[in-house]
Ligand binder design. Structure first.
Ligand code: FES
Ligand code: FES
Length: 165
């Protein structure tokens, strides 16, 4: 067993883990962060995406011990302290960017990372930015529209859909 300590959604956790434990399993099973989901066993779907020291990663591709000392943010840690949705969450809701919702946590975490690096992405850049995340419901059109709306809101403009076309 190995001792790992990481700050997850603003709270520090220290646990003993098996060295082979994946970060996604540690988050879900030890820390109860079940908002981060497992959608495949091939590292393809992106449903497990979290932010590790500010960068989006597929948490099924990272060992828990590799996150020792790191800052981890999951889908459960992005709303405001009072519970107000993050602008990307709000946009997914308003633009119907989810159907079954299984891909949604990963899509939102990938989208937030994309907008951090590129606050006003083109539609092509959005599609490229989330290409590591699969939606089995194939709701990509509304997902892209949601990211466009969030980009507009976060950058303080309102011409999102027209400007991004
Ligand atoms: S569960 Fe991690 S990529 Fe699918
Ligand atoms: S909304 Fe169902 S997998 Fe994307």
């Amino acid at each position: 067993m190995a001792r790992v300590s990481m700050r997850v959604d603003g709270v520090t956790y220290t646990d003993e883990v098996e060295p082979r434990t994946l970060l996604v399993h540690h988050l879900r099973e030890a820390l109860g962060k079940v908002g981060t989901v497992v959608g495949c066993d091939t590292s393809n779907c992106g449903s497990c995406t979290v932010h590790l020291d500010g960068q989006a990663v597929k948490s099924c591709t990272v060992l828990a011990v590799q996150a020792d000392g790191a800052e981890v943010t999951t889908i459960e840690g992005i709303a405001a302290p009072g519970g107000a949705l993050h602008p990307v969450q709000k946009a997914f809701h308003e633009m119907h960017g989810l159907q079954c919702g299984f891909c949604t946590p990963g899509m939102i975490m990938a989208s937030i990372d994309l907008l951090k690096d590129n606050p006003r992405p083109s539609e092509h850049e959005i599609r490229e930015g989330i290409e590591g995340n699969l939606c089995r419901c194939t709701g990509y059109q509304n997902i892209v529209r949601a990211v466009q709306q969030a980009a507009g809101e976060m950058s303080g403009t309102t011409d999102t859909l027209g400007a991004q076309a």
